[in-house]
Design a protein around this ligand. Structure first.
Ligand code: AP5
Length: 204
């Protein structure tokens, strides 16, 4: 099963993906995580991607599509988190999957307003050792766990990411609605409630 997670930054896509991995054995492919890893390792891709990411802009489609081609597993249930993010990426994904005899099975839209996104992202903290995601108010890290803040979780960059989402990614809502694949979640609810909706729309 190939599931795409769609939604604005901070909607809770990574949080729910983490749970589907732990409880249902999904493979989580997050283009944001892959790019941050490339930046950390200082690879050619990482060097090119960093300037876009720090500005809150999208990394060019050709770099992203090449990266996904390399990482897309041949077997298993897969969550694509943060990809596709443009219509060109969605078309490239359709072609890639067609060549593998597969297709996108469901697209889950995490619906949440801007005010909630800003509050969630400004309070987000990450454990750099495990990659686990926390929130200073909604899901505080356990005592003794040292956490960091992402470089792009500053308010001016968050606003830019929201603008980019509206202009470049939101057109995918129509793209997948036309293909009868779109499932919408109320992502303003607590994580437990969002997870229940997620299982329901995926028939799990
Ligand atoms: P990426 O890493 O994909 O960032 P994003 O889409 O902006 O998503 P986030 O990781 O910010 O949010 P999330 O929805 O996963 O929320 P989370 O679960 O952490 O992309 C970063 C950059 O990489 C992009 O700007 C771009 O430059 C580049 N990039 C990536 N993919 C690309 C692509 N395909 N093409 C081009 N460029 C690309 O939750 C947020 C916070 O809220 C956490 O603190 C969490 O604890 C809390 N929280 C979660 N759920 C709830 C809840 N239900 N209630 C209360 N709090 C909650």
């Amino acid at each position: 099963m190939i599931v795409v997670f769609l939604g604005p930054p901070g909607a809770g896509k990574g949080t729910q993906a983490q749970r589907l991995v732990e409880e249902k054995g999904f493979i989580h492919i997050s283009t944001g995580d892959l790019l941050r890893e490339a930046v950390r390792k200082g690879t050619e891709l990482g060097k090119k991607a960093k300037e876009y990411m720090d500005r809150g802009e999208l990394v060019p489609d050709d770099l992203i599509v090449a990266m996904i081609k390399e990482k897309l597993p041949k077997e298993g249930n897969v969550i694509l988190d943060g990809f596709p993010r443009t219509v060109a990426q969605a078309e490239a994904l359709d072609r890639m999957l067609q060549n593998m005899g597969k297709r996108v099975d469901a697209v889950v839209l995490f619906d949440v307003p801007d005010e909630v996104v800003i509050e969630r992202l400004s309070g987000r903290r990450i454990d750099p050792k495990t990659g686990k995601v926390y929130h200073i108010k909604y899901n505080p890290p356990p005592e003794g766990v040292e956490v960091i803040q992402r470089d792009d979780d500053r308010e001016e960059v968050i606003r830019k990411r929201l603008e980019v989402y509206r202009k470049q990614t939101a057109p995918l809502i129509e793209y997948y609605k036309e293909r009868n694949l779109l499932k919408v979640l109320d992502a303003t609810l607590p994580p437990e409630e969002v997870y229940k909706q997620l299982l329901q729309v995926l028939g799990l």
